[in-house]
Design a binder for this molecule. Structure first.
Ligand SMILES: [Zn+2]
Length: 321
């Protein structure tokens, strides 16, 4: 019989899940809409029904070892989602408890998406043999999971590791958190868009990016323009990398990791982001940490990374027991 963990990724629009074995193979998967369930209990019921449907399609015999959930604003300590701006459910939602009602006695572990990504990297990815590393997810925002001495840092509240909301410029860009100058407003897919528009306003250079509206522009389009040598796009990557490097050197100063893994849409830009980031990290690193860290692409495949990360929570919890 094969041991499997269910990994669930709660997204703003869809929620995906997969049955995952120890090696990180997704042996079956499915998804349902996240929207359309004003009461989270109905969502959990619908998701569990779907999970059982998919379970029936698995031919080999399996033993379910637990359920891992990656959710926005997920709190590991309490198994709750707290005030998630992109979800219908307001306030504090006791999500892990709701799953335990459907799976009595099962191990259910919940954390936020970036922490789940870090555990995924540790169990299945490039951090298998590392005890000190940070995963930075460069998506719509900037998420991070910090691992010290082989353990994810949850902190006193359960919310530790919010590198995206470290302030890098006082009175800088307005952030979704209500403050100003947080790193994620510069180093993220949204951040690079904002940078592109600032550069378009500042310079007069021709650029294919001028023809694209703010809402239509994607980080991928900026990469494509950079590939063609567009000055605005290249400059935007350079500035994004400069800000990301600040976040990196500051993190290194307090936790001295062996590696920083970059994950997500913007990390797909390859050398356009990695090269300048490395350059600015080298320029700004405190001397005692010079050349002590590697900046690497995540080794987890993008397509099912969130589900893998969530499932890895289960293996991590079992290893503790
Ligand atoms: Zn912020």
């Amino acid at each position: 019989m094969k041991e499997v963990a269910i990994g669930i990724d709660i997204g703003g629009t869809n929620s995906e899940f997969g049955f995952v074995n120890h090696e990180g193979d997704v042996i079956a998967h499915g998804k349902i809409n996240t929207i359309g369930y004003p009461d989270a209990k109905d969502f959990v019921s619908a998701l569990c029904t779907k999970i059982e449907e998919v379970r029936k399609t698995i031919k080999e015999e399996i033993i379910l070892k637990g359920i891992g959930i990656g959710a926005p604003n997920g709190n590991y300590y309490t198994g709750t989602i707290e005030h998630a701006p992109n979800l219908e459910w307001k306030g504090i939602v006791h999500l892990a408890e709701m799953f335990r009602k459907h799976y009595p006695g099962a191990l259910v572990s919940l954390t936020n998406d970036a922490n789940a990504a870090a555990i995924g990297e540790m169990i299945y990815g490039g951090a298998k043999n590392m005890k000190e590393f940070i995963v930075i997810t460069l998506g719509t925002g900037l998420g991070s999971g910090i691992v010290i001495n082989g353990e994810l840092v949850y902190g006193h509240t359960g919310f530790a590791g919010e590198l995206g909301h470290t302030i890098v410029i006082t009175d800088g860009r307005i952030c979704g958190c209500g403050r100003q100058g947080c790193l994620e407003n510069y180093a993220s897919a949204t951040g690079i868009k904002r940078t592109v528009f600032e550069l378009l306003a500042k310079f007069r250079d021709d650029s294919p990016l001028r023809a694209i509206t703010y809402n239509d522009l994607t980080a991928k389009m900026v990469t494509e323009a950079a590939e063609k040598g567009d000055k605005i796009a290249l400059e935007a990557f350079d500035y994004t990398a400069k800000m990301l490097a600040l976040g990196i050197v500051n993190s290194v100063a307090f936790s001295s990791p062996e590696a920083i893994f970059l994950f997500g849409g913007l990390a797909q830009a390859g050398d356009f982001i990695f090269k300048p980031t490395q350059k600015y990290v080298d320029q700004n690193m405190l001397f005692v940490f010079k050349d002590s860290i590697k900046i690497l692409p995540s080794q987890i495949k993008e397509s099912n990374a969130a589900v893998l990360g969530a499932s890895a929570l289960v293996w991590k919890e079992l290893a503790k027991a």
